[in-house]
Design a protein around this ligand. Structure first.
Ligand SMILES: [Zn+2]
Length: 270
């Protein structure tokens, strides 16, 4: 295994996985600005390293190429016990330059469209990519009071003797319909696996018991608020079907239109 520095960009909601119990998939960038996906990180390790596996932390971990069936080029197996924090400067949004610095790292990776990602998947085996939707609509695929939630109130004792709370299991019916800035785009409809949405649903359903209000609050955050920002989708293909879904949301504050246009032109050369 080799040591690798990784900037954490994506954190997905923990999924039950038969092989590893609940495990968390995390994606980020290497120092060479290459996408990397690391797993499995088991829940007890994840809980202990909550403050380490945070979006925009630089971490270091021992990794080796994963031997998964899909052979996605960004997938690495991580020695979960080797994960350590290197630098958390980019998590601090109160710093003046944080968003600029994040943009400088992430936006050069912007691809034109979901269609381009598919092309690169077929030609270069990529399985993670950043796109900017031209238009988007957040929606919930099921009536909100029918979303299955298994509350795990009981803490589980780990082998090391520490107690951890098992996250609630929440069916993922949170999705975006969107169009890319591409004449060939026929529109897309895909679930969003970003930690934030199900986490918001999980905590807000206790605060807003009326399901209509809960739905309004979710739409307010994941549609209305996102419209006021510059929303980007980090897309990744999932195991085992290798289909594209949104694995993370990136939403810097909007910058002045002209500045943004010229900086985008500079990034999207292909
Ligand atoms: Zn498209």
């Amino acid at each position: 295994m080799k040591k690798q520095k990784i900037l954490v960009i994506v954190k997905a909601y923990p999924e039950k996985s038969t092989k590893y119990d609940s495990s968390i998939c995390t994606a980020g960038l290497t120092e060479n600005s290459e996408w990397i996906r690391i797993y499995p990180i088991r829940l007890n390790i994840f809980q202990k390293s909550q403050n380490i596996l945070k979006k925009w932390n630089w971490i270091e971990a021992k990794i080796e190429k994963s031997n998964e069936k899909l052979n996605r080029k960004e997938s690495y197996k991580v020695d979960e016990r080797s994960i350590r924090l290197i630098n958390s400067e980019l998590t601090k949004t109160y710093r003046k330059n944080t968003w600029d610095e994040r943009n400088k790292i992430l936006l050069p990776l912007l691809k034109k469209s979901r269609e381009e990602l598919e092309f690169l998947k077929l030609t270069e085996d990529i399985s993670i990519g950043l796109i900017k939707p031209k238009s988007f609509e957040f929606y919930i695929r099921k009536p909100i009071n029918e979303i299955n939630v298994i509350e795990n109130k009981i803490s589980q004792l780990t082998l090391e003797g520490t107690k951890i709370r098992i996250p609630d299991e929440i069916g993922n019916f949170f999705a975006y319909k969107f169009k890319c800035d591409d004449p060939n785009c026929k529109g897309h409809d895909t679930i969003c696996e970003d930690w934030e949405i199900r986490e918001a649903f999980r905590s807000w359903r206790k605060r807003y018991e009326d399901s209509e209000t809960l739905k309004e609050k979710l739409i307010e955050k994941f549609q209305t608020f996102m419209e006021s920002r510059d929303l980007y989708f980090i897309m990744g293909t999932t195991n085992p079907y290798n289909k594209w879904v949104i694995i993370g949301l990136y939403y810097p504050p909007k910058i002045i239109q002209n500045k943004r246009k010229s900086s985008l032109d500079q990034f999207v050369k292909s």
